[in-house]
Design a protein around this ligand. Structure first.
Ligand code: NAD
Ligand code: UDP
Length: 319
């Protein structure tokens, strides 16, 4: 990454801010974080602002993208990502995935930059194949409540592949599985901040359904390492990045209770519509093509995440 220039779309979000930090740590000459803060927070890049080569630009990528000078990498992470966020922002999610992604691809084409599309395990929908390999085409309800996100990401992949085929843009597609860590929003509704928040306030754990649905949780630093390896590689076609350690949501509540030393009992709530029953990445492609695999144990990653949420809870509001 030494001497390279990157534009990170969605750079003030949870994953985007960690990616900006890693690029700077790896010696990037310039990292421009573009974000409209629709679900992100400028606070996430507060410690990056004084660093040489870092710039934050508040902008909606739906309105077009202009960047001065050469760019080596356009990394597109801009999109609401939690089920509550995309349910509240359905049209914004569809537009950023479609118009926003095309604007990002046009920038990559103009700058002759490598383009990274941050796609998602949600392209597999409620998967009928388990674990999920990249050659599985998925089981998505095109009009259900999750479709604004799933179909936007499927379209993002399709238009990225089309720019690669017809315009010669160098495209990398990553399918990110559930990722957690510091800088998640406490109220974003995802299961990690929900359970950690409940543990810290010594409240009941809100398990949706009977808690038998599964997820596989990857620590954000592991994910970011996979993203960097992918953009530096010449790997074509989608690559799953996630942690294959799968567990039920009920087991996950117990893991959070153990790590935080708090929280009361599990209370069951209705399962949201179309909630995937199982999810686990097959990471053979990442292992063999990128030499990547996750390193951080859930127990250790949860400790870091809990410490972050404790610190945020202690900050004066609005900071
Ligand atoms: P996030 O909400 O914290 O980050 C997304 C960022 O994109 C936010 O800062 C938001 O303000 C910004 N954004 C949204 N629309 C924009 C627009 N029109 N113009 C400019 N900026 C815009 O979510 P995250 O968890 O950091 O997710 C980052 C990316 O990774 C997303 O594309 C998401 O789909 C993908 N992803 C994340 C996970 C995960 O578990 N965190 C899993 C699969 C995929
Ligand atoms: N979930 C839960 N309680 C919560 C939030 C989520 O039981 O307070 C469940 C949710 O129904 C899903 C899983 O946890 O089965 C993961 O949800 P999340 O929103 O984090 O991500 P998803 O993988 O569904 O996009």
């Amino acid at each position: 990454m030494r001497g390279k220039r990157a534009v990170v779309l969605g750079g003030a979000g949870f994953v985007g801010s960690h990616l900006c930090e890693r690029l700077l740590d790896d010696g990037a000459e310039s990292v421009i974080a573009v974000d409209n803060l629709i679900t992100g927070n400028e606070q996430n890049v507060r410690t990056l602002k004084p660093r040489a080569g870092f710039q934050y630009v508040k902008q909606d990528i739906i309105d077009g993208l202009e960047v001065d000078g050469p760019v080596d990498y356009v990394l597109n992470l801009a999109s609401p990502a939690s089920p509550i966020d995309y349910a509240n922002l359905p049209l914004e999610t569809l537009r950023v995935g479609s118009i926003g992604t095309e604007n990002a691809l046009k920038l990559a084409e103009k700058k002759k930059a490598v383009f990274l599309m941050a796609s998602t395990s949600e392209v597999y929908g409620d998967p009928l194949v388990h674990p999920q390999k990249e050659d599985y085409w998925g089981n998505v309800n095109p009009i259900g409540p999750r479709s604004v996100y799933d179909e936007a990401k499927r379209y993002s992949e399709a238009i990225s592949a089309a720019y690669e085929r017809s315009r010669g843009v160098e495209v990398r597609i990553v399918r990110i599985f559930n990722t957690y860590g510091p800088r998640m929003r406490l109220n974003d509704g995802r299961v990690v901040p929900a359970f950690v928040g409940q543990a810290l306030k010594n409240e009941d754990f809100s398990v949706f359904g009977d808690g038998s649905q599964t997820r596989s949780f990857c620590y954000v630093k592991d994910l970011v390492d996979g993203l960097v390896r992918l953009v530096l590689s010449d790997v074509r076609g989608p690559v799953n990045i996630g942690n294959p350690r799968e567990m039920t949501i009920k087991q996950f509540a117990e893991a959070v209770r153990d790590a935080a030393g708090g929280g009361r009992q599990i209370v069951y709530h209705p399962l949201p519509k179309d909630d995937p029953k199982q999810r686990q990445p097959d990471i053979t492609r990442a292992r063999t093509l990128l030499g990547w695999e996750p390193k951080v144990l859930l127990e250790d990653g949860l400790k870091e995440t809990i410490a972050y949420f404790r610190e945020v809870a202690g900050r004066p509001s609005g900071t």
